[in-house]
Ligand binder design. Structure first.
Ligand code: C2E
Ligand code: MG
Ligand code: MG
Ligand code: MG
Length: 292
């Protein structure tokens, strides 16, 4: 068996996971190569503005284009990266790739804000704000080209340090989102104390919305909470049209999910965005449900 640290920090035992024993060791050795050998690729998933249908933000999600095992998802390697102490390298690789892509989109005249996921372990690195600032400046990008998604877990670390790192990032003009909002076990106090711009409501709240009035009430209350604090709300896991419509009704700001687009390569996203721009130009009053 192997011990996997779940979101809540509890240990879950799982014997038929890839990270078991020998495979895990081999994966670790291969990961070191992957990090220096351009095997980590980013897929992008749009955040759609529920008011206008327009896309100005995308989330970067890392994949490992493994030489023999195919395209691996974060669940299959992120915990190994973390335990091997390689998260710092992964974050660097992801930031570099995301900012390069932001430069491409900017040069094409369709600037997009790319949201990068930061693990809690990255938020102890006091050099991070300077490094990110330098990476943005080196590409001639505005700071609004980058957003950072953090989870509530980061509060388990040294809070003062995390606050200072976040504040310095935010002061540069980088948007800060709280990912998987509602699933952590921290207090709401950080919403008062930290420089946060956006909440991303976890998909586990969005999925049961249609069947459960209680779930729907939670969603609409979370949206009201976000708005009363001047934060924008993104709903994750919007995988059907009914959920999309329900969120529009609740006044949610953005939606992300398979109903709109799966995470796809930058090239495929370009095609999706072009089709969407065309559809919006043809019927600007019917933005809600454009498929491409
Ligand atoms: P996350 O940041 O909360 O990302 C959302 C996850 O939900 C993604 O999984 C996405 O593919 C999936 N998803 C999006 N829409 C739907 C939907 O409609 N239905 C369902 N069932 N799922 C949907 P993915 O790409 O496997 O990523 C999983 C997690 O791995 C991410 O959760 C994030 O915490 C982490 N991760 C991804 N990329 C990075 C990275 O570059 N750095 C770090 N530190 N973590 C990353
Ligand atoms: Mg995220
Ligand atoms: Mg999430
Ligand atoms: Mg998640």
């Amino acid at each position: 068996y192997k011990a996997k640290t779940s979101r809540g920090g509890h240990h879950v035992y799982d014997s038929d996971d890839d990270s078991h024993g020998e495979i895990r060791l081999r994966t670790l050795a291969e990961l070191r190569v992957a990090l220096t050998d351009d095997q980590l690729v980013l897929h992008y998933q749009p955040k759609v503005d529920l008011g206008t249908g327009v896309v100005r933000d995308v989330e970067a999600l890392v994949r490992w284009d493994h030489p023999t095992r195919g395209l691996l998802l974060p669940d299959q390697f992120i915990s190994i990266v973390e335990e091997a102490g390689l998260m710092h390298s992964l974050t660097q690789v992801v930031l570099r790739e995301a900012l390069d892509q932001a430069g491409v989109w900017q040069a094409q005249g369709h600037p997009l804000t790319i949201a990068v996921n930061l693990s809690a372990s990255s938020l102890v690195d006091i050099e991070l704000p300077n490094r990110i600032g330098a990476m943005i400046a080196a590409r001639g990008l505005p700071p609004s080209a980058l957003a950072l998604e953090i989870t509530e877990e980061f509060l388990l670390n040294d809070r003062d340090r995390a606050r200072s790192i976040l504040t310095r990032l935010h002061e540069q003009g980088i948007r800060i989102s709280v990912d998987d909002f509602g699933t952590g076990y921290s207090s709401l106090a950080y919403l008062r104390d930290l420089p946060i711009d956006e909440l991303k409501l976890d998909q586990s709240f969005v999925f049961p919305m249609a069947e459960s009035e209680r779930a729907a009430t939670l969603v609409s209350s979370a949206i009201a909470l976000a708005h009363s604090l001047g934060l924008r709300m993104v709903a994750e896991g919007v995988d059907n049209g009914a959920a999309y419509d329900q969120l529009v009704g609740f006044g949610c700001d953005f939606a992300q999910g398979f109903h709109l687009s799966q995470p796809v390569s930058a090239h495929d996203l370009d095609g999706w965005l072009a089709a969407r721009r065309l559809a919006l130009a043809e019927s600007p009053l019917l933005p809600a449900d454009v498929h491409a």
